[in-house]
Design a protein around this ligand. Structure first.
Ligand SMILES: [Zn+2]
Length: 330
């Protein structure tokens, strides 16, 4: 079974639930993308299905554990998303509701439904699922993962146990990546960018596209530092209009301005973003207020893109706004 780094509190909570026979039927696991929510969902799933748990922990060796880990257990459903926005539709919710009332056929007598990466789930879908999680069959369990618990309606949140998944330390990330067989140079580069976010470190090492995205974002940061609006526009434009790519670039720049705001207050503070040197350079030319203003503009631009505003237009506006904020003295 894959070792989980950090999040000891969560694992202890699950183990205690299992020992006391009070397992949560509806769970929301929330945290940054790459923080290990899916791995933790897999742990809880194995713990619910394991044929011989020890101190509440899944054994990792029985058929149920092995099938759960390889995502082939017949009583675990990884609910599929559909549509352009990759959300969970009303049709899917209806199918899950009918399936949930068919009894399980495994020896643990449980059925588990996992809704991964919940984002923009419609009110209608959530209301349908609410009825199910309010009064679930005894054997049914529902696990939702999302970047924020506020992706869900208050009524859903109140029916679920909500647990935040934290990042591990940079040192733990290094150990975990070395155990997975990555080489030292790759690990060092990845951890300097993504710190204790193991998921993003792996993406960085294994995906050429992510590495070029990071290079591109570094050039965006340099253009802001130099105050070169033309270069900023051209570089931002080359990201393209694909939502997921824009979202990653927006997040990296947002972390950069967050780091800048923190480093203005304390030059030795830890950074969460990819480029410590760029954040320090920005901290020399901007005030915290300017950094926060840029953060707000990034958020506005992202909301506009989600509301179907033309991506190039939103990006052009954002570049102009960033430059205007950068050049003002507050
Ligand atoms: Zn087992």
């Amino acid at each position: 079974m894959k070792k989980i780094y950090g999040n000891k509190y969560l694992i202890d909570t699950f183990d205690k639930m299992n020992i006391n026979g009070k397992t949560a039927h509806a769970l929301i696991l929330y945290g940054e993308r790459g923080s290990g929510k899916k791995l933790i969902a897999d742990y809880y799933t194995s713990a619910l299905l394991c044929e011989r748990t020890q101190n509440g922990k899944p054994c990792g060796e029985c058929n149920s554990c092995r099938n759960a880990e390889s995502h082939v257990h017949p009583d675990v459903t990884y609910v599929k998303t559909d549509g352009k926005l990759e959300g969970y539709s009303v049709k899917t919710a209806r199918e899950i509701i009918s399936d949930a009332f068919i009894k399980p056929n495994n020896s643990s007598g449980r059925k588990i439904y996992i809704f991964r990466d919940c984002r923009n789930m419609s009110v209608q879908t959530q209301n349908m699922l609410l009825k199910l999680i309010e009064e679930p069959p005894d054997y049914a369990y529902f696990i939702f993962t999302a970047e924020s618990k506020y992706e869900f309606l208050a009524t859903i949140i109140s029916r679920c146990i909500c647990l935040g998944v934290s990042l591990c330390t940079a040192q733990e990330a290094e150990i975990s990546l070395a155990e997975s067989g990555y080489n030292e140079t790759e690990i060092k580069k990845a951890v300097s960018c993504f710190h204790g976010n193991i998921g993003k470190c792996i993406e960085y090492i294994s995906d050429e596209k992510i590495r070029s995205q990071i290079d591109l974002t570094k050039r965006i940061a340099d253009s802001i530092i130099k105050g070169n609006e033309y270069e900023l526009n051209v570089t931002f434009y080359s990201v393209g209009s694909e939502r997921n790519e824009l979202y990653s670039v927006f997040s990296i720049i947002d972390n950069l301005v967050r780091d800048c705001a923190v480093l203005i207050q304390d030059k030795n503070a830890e950074n969460i973003g990819c480029f410590r040197d760029s954040a320090l350079a920005l901290a020399d030319i901007m005030s915290s207020y300017q950094a926060i203003q840029i953060h707000n503009k990034i958020e506005e631009a992202w909301k506009a893109i989600q509301a179907n505003v033309n991506a190039s237009l939103a990006v052009t506006c954002l570049c102009a706004e960033i430059m205007q904020i950068r050049s003002k003295k507050f």
